[in-house]
Design a protein around this ligand. Structure first.
Ligand SMILES: [Ca+2]
Ligand SMILES: [Ca+2]
Length: 408
């Protein structure tokens, strides 16, 4: 019986593998006229990109390659997959650089409405105008486990929807990730998970470069009415502008950190919902909201620590529950069950809110977990509190939920 089941399982696997398409190979010593087999691989990713069909996988051997543009893809059950054989050992070099005026080279470009359902995995992408570019209405593009640096923009969605960006390291570009254009080409349905944006700024700017020297963000979404934009477990530091500069009304940030050396931690233009987020050590505000909408920014279980100016600057409406704020609050905040400290005390209106030292473990080293004696411990409300904290540990522990991003 066991043999029959094994045989059936194998038959099913073979059938689905056949349905799933073919596996091809590329290597720097290959030949674009070759069949693309493991023994006789292709040479360039640009030639391979023309050949791949729904369900096909391209496995790319270690080495350095030129850019590739995809204008076709797969389908929902049978994506086209382009994968580095060894993670970050296949490098795509656009041979441009951050300081250059736009040259129009993307490491990987996904272009046009026929380019749908493509998965890109495990590449290092360098010296391109855009490390990854989604344009012309491409959709269902999933980019994972890539290291993108030395580019003008790490990831740009110029015109596209339904993308997933996961475990990307975006560093030493001008911009980290830039989704959408100013109120056109709405980048609906974007999921950004476990991505890091570090040191994306404009060190050397060429004459005529249209990017303002000061306006370099870690993560930016331009379109106010883009829908279903989610950032989860992302980290940003070292941008000359914001860590997160996000215009959409309904953007959601869960377990995200703005970890220092940016102008603003979270720059939110209209509505937004932040849960378990931490902002500290930024040179202007931990959070700045710009209003422009009657939809309030909502924050629950966030820890917001003053940069050089104030902790929170509010234009528009902000609602805060279970938060810790250290530093001045400018503008009106509707808050409750929050701990307001070091200049934020006068903003306290909520009947369950507190003032006092939050007793962070080691704030100088960026550790905003709570000491035992912190007044924030067990002082929050369970109404609406996320069931896990910024570390992913269960909430509540002890007698109730704590205020701030970490539960103890
Ligand atoms: Ca900006
Ligand atoms: Ca607790």
């Amino acid at each position: 019986m066991r043999k029959v089941i094994a045989a059936l399982a194998l038959a099913t696997w073979v059938a689905s593998a056949a349905f799933a398409g073919q596996t091809f190979y590329a290597a720097t010593n290959g030949d674009d006229g070759a069949p693309g087999s493991q023994e006789k691989p292709w040479k360039t990713l640009s030639a391979a990109a023309e050949t791949l069909k729904a369900g096909d996988t391209l496995v790319v051997a270690p080495g350095t390659y030129g850019p590739a543009t995809l204008t076709r893809g797969g389908s929902a059950g049978a994506p086209v997959t382009i994968r580095a054989a060894e993670k970050l050992k296949a490098i795509v070099d656009g041979k441009g650089g951050t300081a250059k005026v736009e040259t129009g080279t993307a490491g990987f470009a996904f272009k046009g409405p026929e380019c749908r359902h493509v998965v890109l995995e495990g590449f290092e992408i360098v010296r391109s105008s855009w490390g990854v570019l989604v344009d012309g209405g491409a959709s269902f593009i999933e980019v994972t486990d890539c290291d993108i640096h030395g580019c003008r923009m790490g990831v740009k969605v110029a015109a596209g929807t339904d993308c997933v960006f996961r475990r990307l390291k975006l560093h030493d570009n001008k911009y980290g990730m830039h989704l959408g254009d100013k109120d056109k080409n709405r980048p609906h349905r974007m999921l950004v998970e476990d991505c890091e944006a570090r040191n994306n700024h404009n060190k050397t700017q060429s004459a005529g470069d249209p990017i303002s020297k000061d306006n370099c963000d870690g993560f930016c979404v331009e379109c106010g009415d883009a829908q279903n934009i989610v950032f989860r477990r992302c980290f940003a530091s070292g941008s000359t502008d914001a860590a997160y500069d996000l215009k959409p009304d309904d953007v959601v940030l869960e377990n995200c950190i703005a970890g220092g050396d940016c102008a603003e931690g979270f720059k939110l233009w209209r509505g937004a919902r932040l849960a378990n987020c931490l902002s500290y050590g930024n040179s202007r505000w931990a959070v700045q909201t710009s209003g422009g909408s009657n939809k309030p920014v909502e924050m629950i279980n966030c820890t917001l620590v003053v940069g050089k100016r104030s902790a929170v600057e509010v234009r528009g409406q902000v609602r805060m529950v279970n938060c810790i704020v250290v530093g001045a609050v400018q503008g009106a905040v509707e808050e409750d069950y929050s701990l307001l400290s070091e200049g934020a005390e006068s903003a306290r209106k909520g009947q369950h809110s507190l003032t006092g030292d939050p007793k962070f473990k080691d704030p100088a080293k960026g550790d905003f977990h709570l000491h035992d004696g912190s007044p924030a411990v067990d002082s929050g409300t369970s109404a609406g509190a996320p069931q896990t904290d910024l570390d992913g540990s269960p909430r509540p522990k002890g007698k109730g939920p704590d205020m701030g991003a970490y539960e103890r």
